[in-house]
Design a protein around this ligand. Structure first.
Ligand code: AMP
Length: 117
């Protein structure tokens, strides 16, 4: 299902452009438009869910997490390491209310950083 006026729904549907890294029937992964790290990819389900605590089917959740490993391989950070972040709600400064996993890597991180915004 798709939500009107959701920018990530439009990316999933191909209605607005994104630099896609990976796609299957359930998820899309694309480059963050304002990267915080050398590797900064967003993994989203094609169906709309507001955030990671929404009522996401198990199979969709699994597909999102599986896609993280695929993205790590494509971006060459599986061995060097990476971080996944799911900003959820106002206290976490979630700005796009379509669930997404930030995949961050490509440089040394320190404890406590980076927080995805
Ligand atoms: P969050 O603050 O966790 O909701 O993260 C939303 C992320 O989406 C931010 O890192 C933005 O840079 C990114 N973003 C917003 N619009 C786009 C877009 N059209 N294409 C790619 N990334 C986007």
């Amino acid at each position: 299902m798709k939500k009107d006026d959701c920018i990530f729904c439009k990316i999933a549907a191909g209605e607005i452009p994104a630099a896609k890294v990976h796609e299957d029937e359930t998820v899309v992964a694309f480059e963050d438009a304002d990267p915080m790290m050398p590797v900064h990819v967003l993994v989203i389900p094609k169906d709309h869910y507001d955030n990671i605590a929404d009522d996401i089917p198990d199979a969709t959740m699994a597909s999102m997490l599986r896609a993280v490993g695929t993205v790590a391989d494509i971006k060459g950070v599986r061995d060097s390491g990476f971080r996944i972040i799911a900003n959820t709600g106002d206290d976490a400064c979630q700005s796009v209310h379509h669930v997404h996993l930030h995949v961050l890597g490509g440089a040394q991180m320190n404890d406590g950083d980076p927080c995805a915004r």
